[in-house]
Write a protein that binds this ligand. Structure first.
Ligand SMILES: [Zn+2]
Length: 117
């Protein structure tokens, strides 16, 4: 598979994951609110608060390395929240080479120099 078709495939995965995530969130929220407005609202607010705390905790501890050009960088909390991931990688656009690929996750301690966005 060439790099360009790999990048197109990665972009499609990124788009499909984002659309799927938002659709799932809206569907679950609508079902919960329809079944019991109070429980639905509390469940959605509690889930949102828990996700925010998890993303905030992870944001300060993780950096990423592009698999194409080895550029090391950090991402915003918003991207941290919405980007698809595996246990050791995340689908991101590299700020250096602009390639969308599964960037390797690093702890900030593994990075040899300060990294920017
Ligand atoms: Zn890169």
């Amino acid at each position: 598979m060439s790099k360009s078709s790999s990048s197109i495939r990665a972009r499609r995965i990124l788009l499909a994951t984002r659309v799927g995530f938002v659709t799932l969130l809206v569907a679950v929220g609508a079902c919960l609110i329809w079944a019991d407005p109070l429980i639905g609202t509390v469940a959605i607010a509690g889930s949102a608060a828990a996700l925010y705390l998890i993303v905030r905790w992870q944001h300060g501890r993780v950096a990423y390395r592009c698999r194409r050009c080895s550029h090391e960088f950090r991402i915003t909390k918003t991207i941290e929240f919405v980007s698809p991931h595996t246990p050791d990688s995340k689908l991101l656009r590299c700020p250096s080479c602009s390639e969308v690929n599964w960037c390797a996750a690093l702890t900030v301690d593994d990075v040899s120099r300060p990294v920017g966005r």
